[in-house]
Design a protein around this ligand. Structure first.
Ligand SMILES: Cc1cc2nc3c(=O)[nH]c(=O)nc-3n(C[C@H](O)[C@H](O)[C@H](O)COP(=O)(O)O)c2cc1C
Length: 312
């Protein structure tokens, strides 16, 4: 006889309950509609939409996306439709599905973050905010907010003052001590953290001696960064008591389990969507098969369940 269907429900804090622990990662899944024809969005825990700014942005010049060994470098430049078009044209489509909508936001100033938070809190169909602190801080010469725990604290506190929505902070791996930044996000009122964003990288065409990306540097993602991501999830899980959405190079169920064991309560799938548009569902099905194989009834049993015992 087949075993009971495992319980896949997870709680990402402040009332953000997902029916499955797999999320589509911001920037790799458009606004959901791009994928609705190839998979059932209702099976996902949540869709994190492309990073949203107040005004529309066309992003960086081409080339802005290249393949690298076991990964991808992108310098898209946070191209997006802007707040108004998102609320009027993209949200109504997502409201047709039984899936949580996480809106990833970024701004050049704290005031922009505040306005995004306030206006999205009034919109119908937004379940949570994901604050992307990897964007340049205009008033600090363009250095990203995520570089400084104090700046992360300020942004998160400002956003929390404007919203009742669960608010996760998307942490950058391009820092010396990610646990310190996670602590600042928690102190500012974050209800969860998501990590990792892309790792800054660069590639050069040796024939032309030109950088391969028009923007010179870009964000590395995909399986190449997975061990970095797992290590950072583990460090953050020891540093803060809030739930973690883990990501970085996840392509199958076993990869997802690795993040859960390290301390994530749920996972997000990004670059794998470019390799297989059904990657989110494949990860979810792989996770279910893993749970059945190991007779695990509830996915929460896997969270931080790394075995610390002796190797033999
Ligand atoms: C093309 C592309 C665009 C992205 N855009 C965003 C974004 O707008 N906001 C954000 O917080 N993260 C963005 N990310 C980062 C991903 O959400 C994710 O954190 C990262 O790629 C690591 O996961 P992965 O290896 O599964 O892709 C983007 C990643 C890629 C590859």
């Amino acid at each position: 006889m087949s075993s009971q269907i495992p319980n896949l429900t997870v709680d990402l804090g402040a009332g953000l309950v997902l029916k499955a622990p797999v999320v589509a990662a911001s920037g790799t899944f458009g606004y959901g509609e791009e994928y609705a024809g190839v998979l059932d969005l209702n099976r996902l825990g949540a869709v994190a939409v492309k990073g949203l700014s107040l005004e529309p942005r066309s992003g960086n010049p081409e080339p802005r996306l290249i393949e690298t060994p076991s990964g991808m470098l992108n310098a898209i430049g946070l191209a997006n439709v802007g707040l108004d078009a998102f609320v009027s044209k993209k949200l109504p489509f997502l409201r047709r599905f039984d899936v949580k909508v996480i809106v990833n936001i970024f701004g050049g100033t704290i005031e922009e973050f505040e306005e995004l938070a306030q206006r999205l809190s009034e919109a119908d169909g937004v379940h949570a905010l994901e604050v992307n602190v990897s964007c340049p801080n205009v008033k600090q010469g363009g250095i990203s907010f995520g570089q400084f725990p104090s700046a992360v604290f300020e942004v998160v506190r400002a956003v929390r003052d404007k919203t009742h929505l669960p608010t996760m902070v998307k942490l950058s791996p391009n820092v010396t001590d990610i646990a310190e930044v996670a602590k600042a996000a928690h102190a500012g009122g974050a209800t969860a953290v998501s990590l990792i964003n892309t790792v800054i990288g660069m590639a050069i065409d040796v024939e032309s001696r030109r950088p391969k990306l028009a923007a010179w540097t870009g964000g590395l993602s995909g399986p190449a960064i997975r061990p970095i991501a797992v290590r950072m999830v583990w460090e953050v899980s020891k540093a803060v008591p809030i739930p973690i959405l883990g990501m970085g190079g996840i392509t199958c169920g076993e990869d997802a389990v690795e993040f859960l064991l390290a301390g994530a309560s749920a996972v997000a799938v990004g670059t794998a969507n470019f390799m297989s548009p059904r990657a989110t569902i494949e990860v979810l099905d792989g996770l279910i098969r893993y749970m059945e194989r190991h007779r695990i009834q509830d996915v929460k049993q896997l969270v931080r369940a790394i075995d610390r015992g002796p190797r033999d």
